[in-house]
Design a binder for this molecule. Structure first.
Ligand SMILES: N[C@@H](CCC[C@H](N)C(=O)O)C(=O)O
Length: 265
């Protein structure tokens, strides 16, 4: 980052949008939550669900640091990971495949045209309740089936569950409707954005695994419809209820690049 301006790129993955910054110089002010929240603000800033820094890493192609729109560092962002992979390719750091370090460990990814396929961490534990499931796919996720998905007030109901069931730490909240044995529709309330987003990568992954575990989905390749488009989740499951070889795929696109005058800070 030079003295006067911050150069950034804006990316989106099924409508989950991010500010991306090449921070290989490690000069971005990571502790300035108010600045990050300002950059993500949809009226006073660039506008995004989160901000991602790309940094050098000693043991992989690059390291990703993810912040939610509220300015705090988040847990894993699946769609953001797919965007930073496309960003790394545009920067000439990688070709059509890579591995990179994120908050939950190492990930692999491949690029085919505009599609980015991301390997997620294994999932060994799913907590099942009568009305919902809870699991961690790099980020914490509540998964709940609903009858009337289009009619649901996701911001209101998501916020209520995020605080009432999960306290201050919170969880992301996914509402889902099974539409075919291998297809679901999902709407997600995201912690850290504190609103519904158009899509959430770790969320749709959690939905596919939780509903497969419940016997609600027969296949191991699931199509997921979100407000921002379609994603695919593939996985293997073992006899102990664990999930491995989990891949999240879908488009990740550059929208524009620009500069932010630091005097606006
Ligand atoms: N949009 C993300 C999820 C980001 C993580 C989350 N908001 C949190 O910190 O809990 C995704 O695509 O996975």
């Amino acid at each position: 980052m030079d003295a006067g301006v911050l150069t950034f790129s804006k990316y989106q993955a099924t409508g989950n949008d991010f500010v991306l910054v090449d921070d290989r110089t490690e000069t971005f002010p990571v502790d300035n939550k108010a600045f990050i929240a300002r950059l993500c603000h949809r009226r006073f800033g660039i506008g995004a669900d989160g901000l991602i820094l790309l940094r050098n890493d000693t043991s992989s192609d690059f390291r990703m640091i993810y912040f939610n729109a509220d300015g705090a560092e988040g847990s894993l962002c699946g769609n953001g990971s797919r965007c930073v992979v496309a960003f790394a390719k545009h920067l000439g750091i990688i070709g059509d495949s890579c591995n990179f370090q994120a908050i939950d460990g190492m990930h692999e990814a491949t690029i085919t045209g505009e599609a980015v396929r991301l390997k997620m961490g294994n999932v060994s534990e799913i907590r099942e309740k009568e009305q919902y499931s809870f699991l961690d796919t790099g980020s914490p996720h509540h998964v709940q089936e609903v009858e009337d998905l289009p009619g649901l007030d996701v911001p209101v109901e998501g916020k209520r569950l995020r605080y009432s069931l999960y306290g201050e730490k919170g969880s992301n909240i996914n509402f889902v409707r099974v539409t075919e044995p291998d297809r679901v529709s999902v709407r997600t309330y995201e912690r850290g954005v504190e609103d519904e987003t158009f899509s959430c990568g770790t969320g749709v992954t959690a939905v596919a695994l939780a509903l497969h575990r419940k016997g609600r989905l027969g296949e191991q390749r699931i199509a997921v419809d979100t407000a921002g488009g379609e994603l695919q989740v593939e996985f293997n499951n073992d006899q102990h209820g664990g999930y491995s070889n989990i891949w999240l795929s879908g488009p990740a696109r550059k929208v524009y690049e620009g500069t932010w005058q630091l005097r606006n800070q």
